[in-house]
Design a protein around this ligand. Sequence first.
Ligand code: SF4
Ligand code: SF4
Length: 376
Amino acid sequence: MAETLLVQPDTKFLREVIGSGGADLKKCYQCATCSVVCTLSTDEAPFPRRQMLAAQWGLKDRVLSDPAIWLCHNCGDCTTHCPRGARPGDVFGALRREAIKYFTWPRFLGRWVNNPQMLPLLVLVPLLLFGALWAWGPEADSVYPGRMEFANQFPIPVLEALFFSLSGFVLLSFAIGMTRFVRALRAGGATAPILANLPGTLAEIATHRRFADCGAERTRYWGHLLTLWGFVGLAAVGTIVGLGHMAGLVHTPLAATSPLKIFANLAAAGSLIGVAILVADRAGDPLKRTRSTYFDWFFLIVLAGVIVTGFASQFLRQGQVPGMYLVYYVHLVLIFLLLGYAPYSKLAHFCYRTVAMAAVRERREAIMLENRSKGS
Ligand code: SF4
Ligand code: SF4
């Protein structure tokens, strides 16, 4: 007698996916046009049709442990070709958001950062923190007498202690999230040596090779590449300056001609251009291939804000303009939003996508080689 398979839909998960940007999920009638038009999908590991079906059934564990939801780059080709208007690209975006909320630690922060109603509370935390530091910091002109310097109002040792503690918390959160994610991938059948595959996967991400393979994505390719490398450059300089200052090897504020300062400014400018490209691409999408969500805008606006206030702080300080302290205060608040909420925001994509790609690397490499040999 045939075995009976009982499917128990997780209706709460289904509602969350629908509310998180996958509103048209139920329109899908499984024609598979999307999997055919997707240039990143393959016969051996097809998406997004199969995952659309699992999501419709509310099979939460199966969908969230499927690395394919991270192989999609949200180009929207499938959405424009879907005859039912089920918008599979947007559904995949919603599934990725649900995955982050599910695997991350602590989970309540994952829910809060993805809920626009919680934004005032999330912003209030750094506003109060840096506001208190400003109010009870050193007396004006006490650190650098006769000159306006940020350290006169925001003591550097306190800022360092605060941001290194925050970084520790963020790393712990990412470590727990990744451990949960890898366990889910293993339970879902992934057997590849993820750690051993990380270097090759990171090299692939560094060049955005998959974006290049996705022909319709030239604009977003450059936007992503510049944003990524600019951000990496800024993070590297921030870490070097922070650690170097604590060790007494780097003295702040850095001179305008310091190589570190010049490099940081170039990285910031590159990242800002990247963000501008991504914003223009989203705002000026005539075909509405992808629906932008709060999750997308939160990251782009905060990153742009960090860079713009960083530049403004620098120029105002050089001009010794009194408003520089207020701009720097906003800059610190935005850095907190970007860094402190990274494991729950779009920045987390970087980690989840890397691990998912590493989990299927051998399979993808074999398929790509086969496709190339067929094409030659
Ligand atoms: S999402 Fe659209 S294109 Fe894809 S299987 Fe469903 S109906 Fe077909
Ligand atoms: S959005 Fe683009 S990459 Fe993602 S499934 Fe659709 S066609 Fe493929």
